[in-house]
Design a binder for this molecule. Structure first.
Ligand code: ZN
Ligand code: ZN
Length: 451
């Protein structure tokens, strides 16, 4: 076990980068779904920033950067003209993300260092007190036994409440209030090309794992269009007031209280990816089947989309939106998807899945349902598909695609209409009894009918 703070900081940063780089990019989906996935990552990063959960903020910003810079440019449709607006938005947001990564890295390193130094000081104090003969008449225990191994500590929990030096954001730089520290932001310059076009050139900061290992991102040049001189995106207002207060000495929670704190994930996918808890009203079945009753009588499906919020690493489904739709006895298609997404984004809601009825069929995921759900699960790994089958028992199921192999098989499938998916392992899973969704009483559910 290393007791060198520098080594500890480098180990922790390396682990963070490794976790963040496990980007769930599974090819095969439509490009606009991945753009939405990127937006969802960005919104979650901002929420974590607001909560001062800097470790998760860093992790999600890193995921965004990896998706935007490494993964999406290889999508077969990436360079198509119809995706120009999406690409431009991605590039603009990537600049913000890289600024935040560059600003967060030294803050996190400072905090990891504070934890390591605090532990070393405690160990030394304990060692000194054991050496006093009057207070320690017994033979000395081996020093190693008094160490608290770093692995037993939940660092995410510790970092949440650890104060740091005061920082305030402004448009282009961060100033430390007590002692000025300059933060290197990605430089933006214009490059004139021989063909007469002017391209913006973004110098990406180095995202270092350690001094010996460095990842440098070099994004592709944007399409040949005349640009106004680009500017750094303005920081959202919430960042302007982000302040990290400093109060020394630091009060690190004891090991027992850390062990009692809530786990970061409520469940794991088949591939080991952590899924955060999703809270859902236990009345969802009753509420939705009432809304769908007229259609159900006519043997027509009804669908709705589930939205919610993220707070302290837990999602809460707060809103059910019923979009404009067309239906048959075994299909349901939204007709105003864009309107729905605009509506939700304006209200800061996160898409967490969808719900639909099977007016005459049993409670299961049809092959078309699996295809619909694959997009939701690309956008958010926690996204769920709820099926209500009022004429059968069971009448209620909460599903997700297995990952792997379900999500990969469905995203890679080019068949349309109802068709079988060949797999020895299950493609989807009913998680109503065990999984990351917790059904809760007395939870408010806001229903918005856009039909
Ligand atoms: Zn269905
Ligand atoms: Zn298929």
């Amino acid at each position: 076990m290393s007791k060198d703070p520098t080594e500890f900081v480098s180990m922790k940063m390396k682990r963070l980068v490794e976790e963040a780089s496990q980007v769930r990019y599974i090819p095969g989906g439509a490009l606009k779904i991945y753009f939405r996935s990127a937006n969802t990552l960005l919104r979650q990063s901002r929420l974590y920033m607001k909560e001062n959960d800097l470790m998760n903020a860093y992790k999600f910003y890193m995921r965004y950067a990896t998706l935007a810079i490494e993964k999406l440019p290889s999508h077969p449709d990436y360079k198509k003209p119809e995706h120009k607006a999406g690409r431009n938005e991605l590039l603009k947001n990537t600049k913000e993300v890289l600024n935040e990564i560059a600003a967060l890295k030294p803050i996190l390193e400072d905090r990891f260092r504070q934890i390591a130094e605090k532990e070393i000081a405690e160990d030394e104090a304990r060692y000194r007190s054991m050496q006093k003969p009057e207070s320690s008449p017994r033979p000395l225990l081996p020093l190693e036994k008094t160490y608290v191994p770093y692995e037993n500590w939940n660092l995410a929990e510790q970092l949440k409440d650890l104060p740091s030096n005061k920082f305030t954001y402004n448009n282009n730089s961060i100033h430390e209030e007590q002692s000025y520290r300059s933060v290197e932001y990605p430089g933006i310059s214009m490059r004139n090309q021989s063909d007469g076009y002017t391209y913006p050139s973004v110098e990406m900061p180095t995202i270092g794992i350690s001094t010996s290992t460095q990842i440098t991102y070099s994004p592709e040049l944007p399409p040949k269009v005349k640009y106004e001189p680009p500017q750094l995106p303005p920081k959202p207002n919430e960042y302007m007031s982000t302040t990290y207060n400093s109060t020394i000495p630091y009060n690190i929670p004891n090991v027992e209280s850390i062990h009692k704190s809530e786990p970061e994930f409520a469940a794991f996918t088949e591939g080991g990816e952590g899924l955060r808890k999703v809270r859902l009203s236990i009345d969802i079945y009753e509420n939705f089947t009432k809304i769908a009753a007229k259609n159900t009588l006519k043997n027509l499906e009804t669908c709705g989309v589930l939205f919610g919020s993220l707070a302290r690493n837990v999602f809460s489904i707060s809103t059910l939106i019923i979009p404009k739709q067309t239906a048959t006895s075994d299909t349901c298609t939204m007709t105003n998807e864009e309107e729905l997404i605009d509506y939700a984004e304006e209200r800061g809601l996160i898409m967490l899945g969808w719900i639909h009825t099977h007016p005459s069929q049993t409670c299961f995921m049809s092959s078309m349902d699996l295809h619909t759900h694959s997009s939701y699960q690309v956008i958010s790994p926690e996204a769920i598909a709820i099926v209500c089958a009022p004429r059968h028992d069971p009448n209620f199921g909460i599903f997700r695609l297995t990952n792997p192999p379900g999500l990969q098989i469905v995203l890679g499938c080019t068949e349309r209409g109802f068709h079988p998916h060949k797999s020895d392992l299950p493609i989807d899973k009913n998680i109503v009894d065990q999984g990351h969704v917790i059904l809760e009483k007395n939870m408010e559910l806001n229903v918005i009918d856009l039909r």
